[in-house]
Design a protein. Structure first.
Length: 224
């Protein structure tokens, strides 16, 4: 069962980095959407939420076209920086981050929009800068909803299959995460390995969901 533990470590690694990316991008973008009005806001919101409803294999195909050696981004990275993201754990991170981004974005936006504006207004009256207001007032008040979204993003990244398989493939010890390892074990008729992998995956995901439920009871994601 050593391969199962290797797949688990890789899964946690990929999910951890993907979640870290989403913490910075998701919170920043959500704050802009919650506080600013601009042309095309609803259209951009739909585009950012699209990975939540788009089939992962379709999203993986788009990433494969974009990041491949003949793609706009992949060709530049390969020719100028010597970086190849296809069939690498970094490519798996990108796929997982994009698929799970809407969970952080939606949760953080709902948390910011639910805050009473008088707290921020009072801080401005006291002469506190906007950046200080964000870190000392807004973020502390919204942290529960944001953290719930972050945990859900981690769980989604841990279970990502379609986009990851398209971009990173299934290389044991390098890109084969738990969900992909389950698929490979079933295809090979190794039911004992598949059962153990499924158990590991279920334990990780259920633990994260329970933690999210305790942070925001009854409302893990507010889609408004």
């Amino acid at each position: 069962m050593e391969e199962a533990w290797i797949a688990l470590r890789l899964t946690l690694k990929v999910a951890g980095f993907a979640t870290l990316v989403n913490i910075f991008l998701g919170i920043g973008v959500a704050y802009v959407f919650a506080r600013k009005q601009f042309w095309g806001k609803e259209l951009l919101d739909a585009a950012l939420t699209l990975p939540m409803v788009m089939p992962p294999t379709v999203l993986g195909y788009y990433l494969l076209v974009l990041l491949g050696r003949q793609g706009a981004v992949g060709q530049y990275l390969n020719n100028h920086l010597g970086i190849n993201l296809i069939f690498s754990w970094q490519g798996a991170v990108i796929a997982a981050a994009i698929v799970s981004f809407p969970l952080v974005f939606k949760a953080a936006r709902a948390a910011f929009e639910s805050l009473e504006p008088q707290y921020e207004q009072a801080a401005r009256v006291l002469g506190i800068s906007e950046s200080a207001i964000f870190f000392r007032v807004t973020l502390p008040l919204a942290w529960r909803g944001i953290l719930a979204g972050v945990l859900l993003s981690f769980a989604r990244s841990s279970g990502e299959f379609g986009a990851t398989l398209m971009v990173a493939g299934s290389i044991p010890g390098q890109t084969q995460t738990l969900s992909i390892a389950v698929y490979e074990a079933v295809q090979a008729g190794r039911d004992d390995v598949a059962n153990f992998l499924v158990l590991l995956t279920s334990v990780v995901c259920i633990s994260v969901l329970l933690a999210s439920g305790k942070l925001v009871p009854g409302r893990l994601i507010d889609s408004r």
